[in-house]
Design a protein around this ligand. Sequence first.
Ligand SMILES: Nc1ncnc2c1ncn2[C@@H]1O[C@H](COP(=O)(O)OP(=O)(O)OP(=O)(O)O)[C@@H](O)[C@H]1O
Ligand SMILES: [Mg+2]
Length: 301
Amino acid sequence: MTQTPVLQIRDLELSFDNAGEPVTALHGISLHVMGREKVALVGESGSGKSVTTRVVAGMLRSGRDARIRGNIQLEGREVLDLPEPAYRRLRGTFMSMIFQDPTSALNPLFMIGDQFREVLRSADPRISRRDARERAADLLKQVLLDDADRILNAYPFQLSGGMNQRVMIAMALANRPALILADEPGTALDVTVQARTLKLMGSLTSEAGSAVLFISHNLGVVREFADRIYVLYRGRIVEHGRTADVFAAPRHPYTQALFAAIPRIVGRGMPAVLPDDVSAFAAPACIHEGCAEPELAGASR
Ligand SMILES: Nc1ncnc2c1ncn2[C@@H]1O[C@H](COP(=O)(O)OP(=O)(O)OP(=O)(O)O)[C@@H](O)[C@H]1O
Ligand SMILES: [Mg+2]
């Protein structure tokens, strides 16, 4: 029996007009995320990780400045051409997002309690103020914030970065979405808080049964957290496979260079940096066994 992926991207192309000088950010990428799977997107700065998640979230749409082609299906339903209100409903219920910087992603003008209620109302429009508050307090407890009253009555600027990040995770999980998009969650935090926050996010998403597509520059985090990895290089997927396989035997020259750049802490000196000659990075994509895009399996690609 073949399952329908929670997210399936096919041949997604994205270009920006850039004042008459078109820039292609994605050259036809395909990827999928199955239910409950945690999938990482890695690659250098500017490779197209954030724009991919923004297109999936419907926050970046075809228009005057951006041109998007290809297919995006959420549980088998084509969404790229959905009108904005329908997309907004999906964002509140089917999928949610966690961003790098929680303070700017939360609305600075509203108390946390009111923002929570808005999130809960997108799934349950008639939820009462009292029920919303109780649900929010429960969710805050799950992310280890016990002082619910104080937090719900606070504005984002009155909380620490780590607290805001937890609030965002609690909000993202509130409606038990099938898919969570996380763009470098926690990188705005110090490393110990970041590690704790990511662990928490990992266990809570597993409990909620959500699939996660996440971006991280921290390959240690990716190794611990992801079931599978896609490696992006300049708007193309150059390698993908199960995390353990890709780490054990990276096949594409770019992935090999990326992994060689992980700082070594065992006394072998400075990490290698990417070589000056990057022509090898244009090599064909490598797909590890058992990880081909379902409809591409067997296709010569
Ligand atoms: N609104 C925009 N207009 C024009 N170009 C854009 C826009 N947004 C992104 N780009 C371009 O798209 C490319 C991919 O950007 P993206 O933000 O996805 O990179 P990234 O992989 O997330 O990098 P980082 O790791 O630094 O966050 C870049 O070349 C960027 O300049
Ligand atoms: Mg980014």
